[in-house]
Design a protein around this ligand. Structure first.
Ligand code: NAP
Ligand code: GDP
Length: 318
């Protein structure tokens, strides 16, 4: 990426997109890179004409493709069909228009929740298609898996440099803090904020025993910019903290309690689903390429995320 380039980030207004903006315009700023962060207001990418118009306007040489219908466990449980259809349309449009307009490289986003439910641990990049995903989010999962199929097919048939990353659970500034739709950490932050304000108990959903590897959005942004500039493969790469950094939902809730200085009662609503018990991923491939990459410590990143929510409460997505 030595020449002048224009990088289109689809889904540029979301959690991951805004983190990439912070890093690309800050510590990783390069004069030859011009970035465009698109929102759904720039066009609905599930519609072919909108996708073509956006590409004709921005004329990207490179694309980071984040735009998707996204949600936590409870949104996935309700809308498997929509997750499948909308994301499949978006991905087909973005990759096909990228091919037709000669985009040099596309980096798309998979997720560790799309891996087979019945599997051995740790999960690695070779296992994406090895068995059915967890039933709670099969629509999202099959649609995301097809990005890997498209990437390989575009490469084999047309020589395209289309690849993908596989992040674990992401959190940070600009997250979706809506309780029904969002992921666990923003949900916990929002619930503690309300419990503190109203002097009411804070309720964690499920048993608290499932385990997750959380990645801070700014760390993911640093790694995705590296993937765009340097990663040479078509096959996906897992972007995750180490297996030893996996925490239970209970431990994650305790980290938020501490960061928000919450002194009230903590309850567990075990009538709510636990979802997938774990999806422990290996970051050995990442470590082979980036042995020295330093992840932000979990407690520090949770504190920064809480502080962002408190400071931006009025305008945050909730
Ligand atoms: P997010 O905060 O919900 O942002 C989604 C982005 O996609 C927004 O910019 C949204 O635009 C855009 N978008 C949605 N539907 C669109 C459409 N039909 N046309 C055009 N744009 C559309 O999501 P995120 O958490 O940043 O996720 C980014 C990517 O990372 C996704 O591909 C997701 O699957 C993947 N991922 C996320 C996680 C996680 O824990 N969050 C984990 C693994 C992988 P508006 O702002 O205009 O609505
Ligand atoms: P997942 O990692 O794809 O399953 O999605 P989530 O980020 O939604 O995490 C779901 C896990 O967190 C399940 O074990 C839930 O029972 C648990 N959890 C606890 N409280 C909450 C909450 O307020 N919101 C969400 N989304 N999950 C919660």
């Amino acid at each position: 990426m030595g020449d002048q380039c224009v990088i289109l980030v689809t889904g540029g207004t979301g959690l991951v997109g805004q983190a990439i903006k912070t890093i690309a315009e800050g510590e990783e700023n390069r004069p030859n890179e011009q970035w465009y962060f698109a929102s759904s207001k720039d066009g609905d990418l599930s519609v072919r004409e909108d996708t073509e118009k956006l590409f004709a306007k921005v004329k990207p040489t490179h694309v980071i493709h984040l735009a998707a219908m996204v949600g936590g466990l409870f949104r996935n449980l309700k809308y498997n069909l929509d997750f499948y259809r909308i994301n499949t349309l978006i991905n087909d449009n973005v990759l096909n228009v990228s091919y037709k307009t000669g985009v040099k490289k596309v980096v798309s986003c998979l997720s560790t929740c799309i891996f087979p439910d019945k599997t051995t641990y740790p999960i690695d990049e070779t296992m994406v298609h090895n068995g059915p995903p967890h039933d709670s989010n099969f629509g999202y999962s099959y649609s995301k898996r097809m990005i890997d199929v498209l990437n390989r097919a575009y490469n084999k048939q047309h020589g395209c440099q289309f690849t993908s990353v596989v992040p674990t659970n992401v959190y940070g500034a600009h997250d979706n803090f809506n309780l029904e739709d969002g992921h666990v950490l923003p949900g916990l932050i929002h619930k503690i904020y309300t419990a503190k304000k109203n002097n009411t108990p804070f309720t964690v959903w499920g048993t608290g025993s499932p385990r997750r590897q959380f990645i801070y959005s700014l760390d993911l942004a640093r790694l995705m910019i590296w993937v765009l500039r340097e990663y040479p493969e078509i096959d996906p790469i897992i972007l995750s903290v180490g297996e030893e950094d996996e925490v239970s939902i209970k431990e994650a809730a305790e980290a938020v309690v501490e960061a928000m200085d919450f002194k009230g009662e903590v309850k567990y609503d075990t009538t709510k689903s636990d979802g997938q018990f774990k999806k422990t991923a290996s970051n050995a491939k990442l470590r082979k390429y980036r042995p020295d990459f330093k992840f932000t410590p979990f407690k520090q990143a949770v504190k920064e995320s809480c502080d962002w929510f408190v400071a931006n409460y009025e305008t945050a997505r909730k």
